[in-house]
Design a protein around this ligand. Structure first.
Ligand SMILES: Nc1ncnc2c1ncn2[C@@H]1O[C@H](COP(=O)(O)OP(=O)(O)OP(=O)(O)O)[C@@H](O)[C@H]1O
Ligand SMILES: [Mg+2]
Length: 315
């Protein structure tokens, strides 16, 4: 059995323009691998090519070039596809069916023991109480969760989720994060796309960052965050008198507090000097980098430059 759940090798995709039929390449020779059992984040801004890539993983569209291996086989093989759960970017359902009827339909299509599995899934996504409610009465967040339940109901080795947190409020997002972590803990490979870097940072083992159809970075989330580390700390001290030179720039706060940022190389000496001058150390918090810092560094552009480009692209 291959140790990789997904292998993408030099995959490109071009679309023909509706009128001119001129080809435009939107995914350019991307390669990445997802190991079995890991939680993998596929991140990038709007229009980066995430959904296009996911559609190719599922053989909904075919690559113009390159090769994809899924669970050791080909995405076009029905036996392989039966082992993959999928949440589309914009799922649609029969809206006159209730939550329970909807999941029963998907359980039967997936060939799993329907009654028990449907109940389990309703509980997992917190829709127990809405079991008899028709989907036309569901909120966006509830629809997103029924979509997630549908993707997981087949108890598959691999789940591919296109923007599972999209449109959810903070509580809903946390809920979905927990479900993804729980599925990973049960040994399932979880692959999902997102443009919310903090979600990816919180739950993924590894990420691929895609921008304008190219992979800009792949790596272990902890390594990337460490690489984006700031090497400085937020420091708060309390007391009266003259602060040592390394803290001369600190801002005064109520209750004789003073706070500011100190470089980690000078930190120990600065804290010693502050204590010698009669100050108490209230807190020292190392500043963390974030995936966002590393992503922006990787693409070498500011967010505002990205927004301008996006606006130009749709003109
Ligand atoms: N069927 C299609 N025909 C022509 N162009 C397409 C087609 N599907 C996608 N594209 C283009 O491919 C690019 C990538 O789109 P894609 O939907 O893969 O991005 P995405 O990363 O999923 O973005 P989002 O975060 O907004 O969902 C976009 O420029 C889009 O306009
Ligand atoms: Mg998309």
């Amino acid at each position: 059995m291959s140790a990789q759940a997904i292998v993408v090798e030099a995959v490109s995709k071009s679309f023909a323009h509706d009128w001119t039929l001129k080809k435009k390449e939107v995914v350019h020779a991307i390669s990445f691998q997802v190991a079995r059992g890991e939680c993998f984040g596929f991140v990038g801004p709007n229009g980066a090519g995430k959904t296009t890539t996911i559609k190719m993983l599922l053989d909904i569209i075919r690559p113009s070039a390159g090769a994809i291996t899924l669970l050791g086989g080909r995405p076009s093989d029905p036996k392989v596809r039966a082992r993959v759960g999928f949440l589309p970017e914009r799922p649609y359902f029969y809206e006159h069916l209730t939550a329970e009827e909807t999941l029963t339909l998907y359980a039967r299509l997936s060939g799993v023991d329907d009654r028990r599995r449907v109940r389990e899934m309703l509980a997992l996504v917190g829709l127990d109480a809405a079991r008899d409610v028709a989907l036309r009465r569901f909120s966006k967040g509830m629809l997103q969760r029924i979509g997630l339940a549908q993707a997981l109901i087949g108890d598959t080795e691999l789940a591919i989720l296109d923007e599972p947190m999209s449109g959810l409020d903070p509580v809903g997002r946390r809920h979905v994060r927990e479900i993804i972590l729980q599925q990973r803990a049960a040994g399932r490979t979880m692959f999902f796309s997102s443009h919310i870097l903090s979600d990816v940072e919180a739950i993924c083992d590894r990420v691929a960052m895609v921008h304008e159809g190219r992979i800009m970075l792949t790596g272990d989330v902890h390594d990337l965050v460490a690489r984006a580390g700031k090497n400085e700390s937020d420091v708060t001290v309390r007391g009266q008198g003259t602060l040592p030179p390394a803290m001369a720039h600190f801002s005064a706060r109520p209750g004789d507090h003073h706070e500011g940022v100190v470089g980690n190389a000078a930190l120990q000496a600065a804290l010693d000097a502050a204590m010698r001058a009669g100050f108490a150390i209230v807190s020292v918090t190392p500043k963390r980098g974030s995936l966002e810092d590393e992503f922006l560094r990787g693409i070498g552009e500011s967010l505002s430059a990205l927004a301008t480009k996006e606006a130009e692209a749709v003109k």
